[in-house]
Design a protein around this ligand. Structure first.
Ligand code: ATP
Ligand code: MG
Length: 405
């Protein structure tokens, strides 16, 4: 079957009233970025649907990309024919031959936006039903739960037929819910948190702390590669790398061991919040899960959160590790996340961090540090890059190298 277009149905945005225009515009932009490697496609956004004209492009790889773009409820592969009804019949039969398995039931469902067309929806349903029954004797019609539904749309410019409807990723188009920072480590949880933020339309920018020479270039590249993985959901993502070495060394020298982790996290949060302000973001996302490790008890979260009133959103807060891993596998970040490159937090992790840090003590231990100076020097060393869909930062053979080591 030579398909001519993909018809994309919008997700929740249909209900968003006057925001509709910006939603459709954003989805159009995101789809354009994700499909940039297919130059012959032509995208036509309409009020209710986005039509993607294939112009000879193979639909399969295009659909693989579309499945991941947030804001799409479903999409269908369709064939456009002229308004000659003989041609419609021929195409419906061809489609049935492609779809049919013995025992299948069917129905034809027609919609007509061109009301000048000589046949109305009932007539089209009946006439096509008849030719299909002639071609497939004994095939049952089932109007409630058909195995095969041939959808026919009579539009001004032609008649469109389809039978395959594929589920999209749901959610809202990335960028429609405003901007936020995601604290991205190289671990399993924070990319999953980023995925959920994007699912609700949030435009995330990655904030990644690294501590050369304690952390390697590979660790930094791993965080960038994880970012690249997330671009499939909505296009380019800004990656902000923040030098953290001086802060970590200073804390290690001046703060009692049990409080190293809490104080480090407070610095990370302060810096992320300053970056957020500079970037015009509204909130901070991270990958914390309640009780997962010492820094993620409610007491710890409270002691760390103490440095800001900015909303901190934790999409994986209530998930079990096994649930988070399942999502990480689905979004294809898991194999990358478990590659053994040290994170700055692991390197300076005390052997037994306080699981219930005391707020007053935390503030007191921190007060001996030149907080403003440390923060300023770190801010001065920030580097930003835009990570585009399809960019790579890691040697593909890394897994093989690991195996050899
Ligand atoms: P993850 O799998 O996301 O690394 P984790 O279970 O290893 O999470 P922690 O290392 O305690 O947890 O980190 C908790 C959260 O703090 C992370 O999910 C991330 O949001 C943030 N974070 C940790 N390390 C960094 C880093 N180097 N740069 C930016 N954010 C970080
Ligand atoms: Mg981690």
């Amino acid at each position: 079957m030579q398909y001519t277009e993909i018809m994309v149905r919008y997700g929740e945005l249909s209900t968003k009233g006057k925001n509709r225009k910006s939603f459709i515009g954003r989805l159009h932009g995101n789809v354009t970025k994700v499909l940039k490697d297919f130059p012959d496609l032509k995208l036509q956004p309409h009020r209710d649907r986005l039509h993607i004209k294939l112009n000879g492009t193979d639909a399969t790889p295009v659909m693989d990309k579309l499945k991941r773009v947030f804001g799409i409820q479903t999409f269908s592969l369709s064939v456009k024919v002229s308004k000659d009804f003989e041609e419609v019949k021929k195409t419906a039969i061809e489609m049935m031959h492609e779809a049919y398995k013995p025992g299948d039931s069917f129905k034809v469902a027609t919609k007509r936006s061109d009301h000048t067309y000589p046949l109305d929806t009932n007539q089209i349903n009946l006439q096509l039903g008849d030719v299909i029954c002639d071609e497939f004797p004994d095939i049952p019609v089932d109007v409630k739960h058909p195995d095969i539904k041939i959808s026919v749309e009579v539009r001004q410019d032609g008649i469109y037929l389809s039978y395959l409807t594929i589920k999209g990723a749901g959610g809202l188009p990335v960028g429609t819910a405003g901007k936020a920072m995601l604290m991205l480590s190289g671990g399993i949880d924070s990319p999953v948190a980023g995925y959920y933020a994007m699912k609700r339309g949030v435009d995330i920018e990655m904030v990644h702390f690294f501590s050369p020479p304690y952390t390697s270039v590979q660790a930094l590249n791993k965080a960038k590669e994880l970012t690249s993985k997330l671009t499939v959901y909505g296009g380019n993502i800004k990656f902000i790398e923040v030098p953290f070495t001086e802060i970590q060394e200073t804390i290690k020298n001046k703060v009692p061991e049990g409080y190293l982790m809490t104080v480090q996290r407070r610095f990370m949060l302060r810096l992320t919040d300053l970056i957020r302000e500079k970037e015009g973001g509204l909130a901070i996302f991270n990958g914390e899960a309640v009780g997962q490790v010492a820094s993620q008890t409610l007491e710890s979260m409270a002691a760390i959160n103490d440095v800001t009133t900015t909303p901190i959103l934790r999409p994986v807060a209530t998930m079990d590790k096994t649930e988070i891993i399942r999502v990480a596998e689905d979004i294809d970040t898991f194999d990358l996340s478990i590659q053994p490159f040290e994170d700055c937090c692991t390197i300076f992790a005390p052997p037994s961090p306080k699981t219930k840090p005391n707020m007053e003590k935390t503030r007191e231990y921190e007060s001996v540090l030149d907080i403003d100076g440390l923060i300023q020097r770190s801010m001065d060393g920030i580097k930003e890059t835009i990570i585009e869909h399809g960019e790579h930062f890691m040697d593909n053979d890394q897994e093989e190298i690991n195996d050899l080591l």
